[in-house]
Design a protein around this ligand. Structure first.
Ligand SMILES: NC(=O)c1ccc[n+]([C@@H]2O[C@H](COP(=O)([O-])OP(=O)(O)OC[C@H]3O[C@@H](n4cnc5c(N)ncnc54)[C@H](O)[C@@H]3O)[C@@H](O)[C@H]2O)c1
Length: 330
């Protein structure tokens, strides 16, 4: 099982790394973190690696394997990965397959990676057939959450993380939801981050391979995915999912009697972070149906979607493409 460790500062992180990992371990750091000088935190060999969603591919995996070979890692080494969701997914896959798999620790540096991508054991990369099409389920040894790493994250990436966090609130915690809606500051405190992580880890513990409950984490993502593709990825994942959640809340009212109050409060949150709650589609109906057909949650002309009866009461149902397209075009 993975151990979650919570630290406040980069100094604490340095001490922890120095005390807990053997000399033949390797630290791989997202190049975007260069300002934090993380290579000075310990004596372990540290390599910076530049990533982006566009280069989250097999070439990047090959480059990370090269770093692992040239660093002379062996089966007793630990790979310590510090970065956003892209680097964590890539390097965790590379570690999971290097010499048939060596142990790794994830240190997320974006809010999204802290509350979502670092938990649950999924890793992988994109190819011509879509996002995250190749990968494994393989849990990290440790996930170390260090709040100071967020100090250099820009607002847009931070807000993308807030969207995943409020989604955790909607499917599992009124406290998180209310905190995000009603607090004056858009920055969340460490306690709320910890509670968000707990929502995800509890679900994953019950349904690691996503045969049931883990699908609840897709709330907002069925329509979010449609919007993200329609915009040709010009909207960020967070912006698309934020709108997707709003449409899926509307469907939740229709199918499960969700109260208007929840929808109104969610819209207060979107207003606070200055994210849109609706979207004008660019593609025609046939192209939108094609996007829905390509979604792994689809079967013929319908798709699995998570809707809420209330906060913390998610349900998985199957809706026709026709109904999805009707709600997003109104
Ligand atoms: N494995 C999973 O379960 C899971 C779950 C959700 C998302 N994901 C994946 O996560 C990825 C998205 O993750 P993300 O939102 O963290 O994006 P990201 O990794 O692209 O990070 C966003 C940007 O911030 C930079 N960055 C990272 N940390 C920083 C910091 N502290 N200061 C300044 N800049 C920093 C990155 O270099 C990047 O430019 C997607 O590829 C998605 O598929 C995986």
């Amino acid at each position: 099982m993975t151990r979650n460790i919570f630290l406040e500062s980069c100094n604490d992180l340095g001490h922890h790394i120095g005390e807990n990992f053997s000399n033949n371990s390797l630290i791989i750091v997202d190049e975007a973190l260069d300002k934090l000088n993380l290579h000075t935190l310990s004596d372990l060999q540290t390599k910076y690696f530049k990533v982006s969603e566009d280069t989250k591919n097999l070439n990047a995996i090959e480059a990370i394997w090269d770093i692992m070979f040239s660093s002379n890692l062996n089966r007793s080494s630990e790979v310590i990965i510090i970065g956003g969701g892209v680097l964590l997914d890539l390097a965790a896959f590379a570690a999971s397959t290097f010499k048939r798999g060596i142990s790794f620790t994830l240190i997320p540096s974006t809010l999204l990676a802290m509350v979502d991508a670092s938990h649950g054991g999924k890793n992988g990369f994109n190819n011509n057939y879509g996002k995250n099409q190749i990968g494994t389920f393989n849990l990290p040894n440790n996930v170390i959450i260090c709040s100071e790493l967020l100090s250099t994250l820009d607002d847009r990436d931070y807000k993308d993380g807030l969207v995943e966090l409020i989604k955790h609130g909607l499917i599992g915690s009124k406290e998180i939801f209310n905190q995000l809606v009603f607090s004056d500051d858009i920055k969340v405190d460490f306690e709320t981050i910890k509670k968000g992580i707990q929502i995800k880890t509890d679900i994953v513990e019950e349904d690691f391979l996503e045969n049931g409950k883990r699908k609840y984490l897709n709330f907002g993502h069925t329509i979010g995915h449609l919007i993200e593709h329609d915009s040709n990825f010009n909207l960020s994942h967070g912006q698309a999912v934020a709108i997707g959640i709003n449409y899926e809340l509307e469907l939740s009212k229709r199918h499960f009697g969700l109260s208007q109050e929840v929808v109104d409060n969610y819209n207060l949150f979107l207003k606070k972070i200055n994210f849109s709650n609706s979207y004008e589609f660019i593609n025609n109906i046939n192209d939108l149906i094609k996007i829905l057909e390509d979604d792994k949650k689809s079967t013929e002309d319908s798709i699995d979607i998570v809707l809420l009866s209330d906060i913390s009461e998610p349900n998985l149902i199957n809706l026709s493409f026709g109904e999805i397209l009707e709600v997003v075009q109104n």
